[in-house]
Ligand binder design. Sequence first.
Ligand SMILES: [Zn+2]
Length: 129
Amino acid sequence: MDQVLGQVLRNAVWERLDMLSDLATRADAQSLVSVARSELPRLTEGWRAMLQAHEPDERGDCPTCSTRWHKCKAPCSVWQVAHEHLVAGGLAPQQTAATQRVPGQTRVSPAETTGRHALVNPRRPAITA
Ligand SMILES: [Zn+2]
């Protein structure tokens, strides 16, 4: 994929996320239920697909984030962000992503730095090798 197509793809995804955030704050209750029913399964499937690509290999390295010369130990940054947003942050309302997003920069929160055990999901003990 060339650079322009990559940018178009990324912009489309950012815009979709902005639109969903906007809907969450502005839509009436009935519309919100409708959007939640259609979009939540898509979002959870998206997370599953992304996390699947970052499942640690038999050595405990992330096969997607690792390079030939630099091995990235699990849980990689994708799993850490997933934990921060899906588990540590629970389902409580957060600041809107659109206002805190800085493209190309990953926000680091205290939840990501509270130690290895804080990242272990009891239902998925395999994330730490
Ligand atoms: Zn990874």
